[in-house]
Design a protein around this ligand. Sequence first.
Ligand code: G6P
Ligand code: MG
Length: 220
Amino acid sequence: QLNAVIFDLDGVITDTAEYHFIAWKQLAEQLGITFDRAFNEQLKGVSRMESLERILALGGQADRYTTAEKEALAHKKNEHYKQLIARMTPNDLLPGMLDLLRELKRNHIKIGLASASKNAFTVIERLGIREYFDTIVDAAKVQNSKPHPEIFLTAAEQLRVAPSTCVGVEDAQAGVAAIKAANMFAIGVGDKEALKEADYIVKTTADLTYDAIVHAFHRE
Ligand code: G6P
Ligand code: MG
């Protein structure tokens, strides 16, 4: 029985994954580090500081900066990111997502958010969808980052449902791994190859309908 759907935010509900990419890319270029979309797959779902560490390591600069300097770099990226999200409106919901949230509500399926982003509340507010979520678990509420299952397990606990009755939706490798580690049914949105650990994959959110989710979940 399906009791809840727990969503990742960036790249699933809205295209902020692209904004994270743009902001990191600009910072990396200022440091003389080039990275492409393939490398970016490894940053999706990963916390701000860990993302910076991975970028510095990519550029062979892992030991170049002090902790304070790294914090300043991460802050700079975040200021750029905040500029990018400041203009978001409900029109920035990805295709089909509003219909999906409505359908889930209509069918009494609980809705959770599991986002590693400290900007999650701002984004949800800007999109005007706060009312749909029965719980929101963000970076401030968990100790361990994805692929650790903690963020998804915390959401299930707060929704008072068993993990095995939950579907998790993710666009990140680390996120899909977290869902599987939480013993939930994992739906990946995006590249088949990158998300091959998922139980069910859709190319875009337009294919992520209520019926598709229910069918996939019950086929297992
Ligand atoms: C999400 C995104 C990551 C981002 C992380 C932290 O998991 O997929 O790309 O680095 O959140 O976001 P924040 O807004 O706190 O820097
Ligand atoms: Mg994501």
